[in-house]
Design a protein around this ligand. Structure first.
Ligand SMILES: Nc1nc2c([nH]c(=O)n2[C@H]2C[C@H](O)[C@@H](COP(=O)(O)OP(=O)(O)OP(=O)(O)O)O2)c(=O)[nH]1
Length: 172
């Protein structure tokens, strides 16, 4: 699926007469990156100790980097439903969402491509996570800032990892 949504301007393709054009007139097209959602999957809600990190296998530019499982919100879909769907597709598990790892913007954390990502903590309520789609490795890692930051995260995810640890293990 494409990274952007675009609006096709209503421009006549075929104008008769001396000013005839064979293609749409050039004019700025709105390109809004799709919102993204990510899951901080924890071992439990009350006193979590580990986070499930996922290593991307595609596209080439992101392969080998670690991230929160998730993906793009489909048009008309709400963020939470999109995240439950994405994680089921990618890891084969059902999750229950808990708190949002809030960014300083209501639409979430700014990503490298200009999209924004909302991140929610979650726990698995059914299934055993497997890297079925988009990932080649999953790893449960201690909810410790230094231990988590040892992973080669997508750069935009590093401040989210710190905010997550602050949210769920403020005493650590
Ligand atoms: N899922 C996820 N995507 C992230 C994170 N950090 C980050 O920069 N991204 C970027 C990578 C991608 O450009 C975009 C998410 O796209 P995606 O490829 O995961 O979305 P998707 O599963 O819906 O894929 P598709 O339908 O486009 O094939 O957000 C993260 O922690 N998790």
């Amino acid at each position: 699926m494409s990274d952007v949504t675009s609006e096709t301007p209503a421009v006549p393709y075929h104008v008769k007469g001396p000013n005839a054009v064979s293609r749409p007139a050039s004019r700025p097209v709105s390109r809004t990156p799709r919102p993204v959602v990510g899951a901080a999957v924890l071992d439990e809600v009350a006193a979590p100790t580990v986070l499930l990190a996922a290593r991307r296998s595609a596209p080439e530019a992101l392969a080998g980097l670690w991230e929160f499982p998730g993906g793009k919100v489909e048009p008309g879909e709400d963020s939470r439903s999109a995240l439950v769907r994405e994680v089921h597709e990618e890891l084969g598990v059902h999750i229950r969402l808990d708190r949002e790892v809030a960014a300083d913007h209501p639409e979430g954390w700014l990503l490298g491509n200009g999209a924004r990502m909302r991140v929610f903590t979650a726990v698995i309520i059914e299934g055993d996570p497997q890297p079925l789609e988009d990932h080649d490795l999953l790893e449960w890692r201690a909810l410790d800032r230094a231990v988590l930051q040892e992973l080669d995260w997508i750069p935009a995810d590093r401040p989210i990892v710190d905010a997550l640890v602050e949210l769920v293990r403020p005493e650590s």
